[in-house]
Design a protein around this ligand. Structure first.
Ligand SMILES: NC(=O)c1ccc[n+]([C@@H]2O[C@H](COP(=O)([O-])OP(=O)(O)OC[C@H]3O[C@@H](n4cnc5c(N)ncnc54)[C@H](OP(=O)(O)O)[C@@H]3O)[C@@H](O)[C@H]2O)c1
Length: 328
């Protein structure tokens, strides 16, 4: 039985846990649920009816540093769903690093550890012979990394462009279609739960820049950090500028791009009939490939759809473990 732990029992953690209780018959038991205060352990694995809504108030809750579950050898696969800090990478970085060091496979949706320490973590995973999967960190459920690594492996990616932040795309879309000023479109996004109370990381382009860093390092084998991205957010975009673009059959989008080894995020004019011109909170990513030419993927970049990416990573790890058993 593969013992799986979830660190970060919030929006994604709770929803993922509910899917993972169905995996027992497939040889995966969900044995650990952890948050910042401690963890809950079930040696035989949680079932759908034993899954708690809240772990702290459970009688079996153990108040301690959840990193202990790695040291005590309680998990074989750790899913890290902690809040993102793009400057320190913590708390996710410590969980990911310690898990990999202990030979535990890792799946994460937390961008922080990858933005801060991509090369260190991927090299560590390689040297320990374990997997580090992060499909959910960019584009939510859109299968960017798996598609690029599997279906595009015979081709060569020349450049990547994307609308990588749903919050700013929602705001720019409302400015385009309704003529709203940025502050009103932002208030609307906050009321709908699409923007954080402090939306600065989104508005200033930092969230998109982090995704650009992960794409560059993962798919173009670059060794970039957040400070290597030339970033301009959308705070200076006015309704007048969007109206002027509209009159030319264009709009303004926050575009992240990797071209000729240079990384940038900036508001750009995009033709209304361009494949990247998606609206609302959608994300889009366009690869320019040597043989295939342009390939654009469009999908929901956050919310429940992210579970599709997390489960795809978990399935990949299960398949790897199955294959290594067969090879023995
Ligand atoms: N939600 C999405 O649609 C989405 C999409 C793509 C990627 N992501 C990323 O996925 C991650 C999780 O997102 P989410 O929406 O599920 O966040 P969330 O609802 O805020 O949940 C985060 C969880 O992490 C726990 N936590 C905080 N500090 C911790 C620590 N030191 N150790 C262990 N657990 C800790 C929190 O619990 P307590 O604070 O109560 O302890 C909470 O249960 C984030 O990095 C996010 O950026 C989210």
């Amino acid at each position: 039985m593969i013992r799986c732990g979830i660190v970060g029992y919030g929006f994604l953690g709770k929803r993922l846990a509910s899917y993972l209780t169905r995996y027992k018959a497939r040889g995966l038991a969900l044995t650990i649920l952890a948050n910042s205060k401690g963890y809950l352990y079930s040696p035989t694995g949680f079932d759908s009816d034993s899954l708690p809504a809240d772990i702290i108030s459970h009688s079996g809750f153990r108040a301690s540093n959840p990193v202990e579950v790695i040291g005590r050898g309680l998990v074989d696969l750790l899913v890290v769903l902690t809040p993102t800090n793009v400057y320190s990478g913590e708390p996710g970085l410590t969980y990911v690093r310690e898990a990999l060091k202990s030979g535990v496979d890792v799946v994460t949706a937390d961008k922080g550890p990858l933005v801060v320490a991509f090369k260190e973590l991927t090299s560590l995973a390689g040297s320990m012979g374990v997997s580090l999967c992060y499909e959910a960190t960019v584009g939510g459920g859109i299968p960017i990394f798996s598609l690029a690594r599997h279906s595009l492996r015979g081709d060569r990616i020349l450049s990547i462009k994307g609308i990588l932040n749903g919050t700013t795309n929602y705001i720019l879309s409302r400015m385009h279609f309704e003529g709203l000023p940025l502050d009103l479109a932002l208030q609307e996004a906050q009321m709908m739960g699409l923007a954080e109370r402090d939306p600065s990381l989104d508005l200033e382009g930092i969230d998109s820049a982090c995704k650009v860093v992960i794409l560059a390092n993962a798919l173009l084998d670059l060794n970039k950090r957040l400070e290597d991205v030339k970033v301009k957010g959308i705070t200076q975009v006015t309704s007048d500028a969007i109206l002027a673009a509209k009159e030319l059959g264009m709009t303004i989008k926050l575009v992240g791009s990797i071209e000729g080894g240079k990384l940038s995020v900036a508001p750009r004019l995009v033709r209304l009939n361009h494949p990247l011109c998606v609206h609302g909170s959608l994300n889009a990513i366009q690869f320019k490939l040597e043989i295939l030419g342009d390939l654009t993927l469009i999908g929901r970049g956050a919310g429940e759809s992210t579970l599709s990416a997390l489960l795809s990573d978990i399935e990949w790890i299960l398949a790897q473990k199955e294959a290594s058993k067969g090879g023995r």
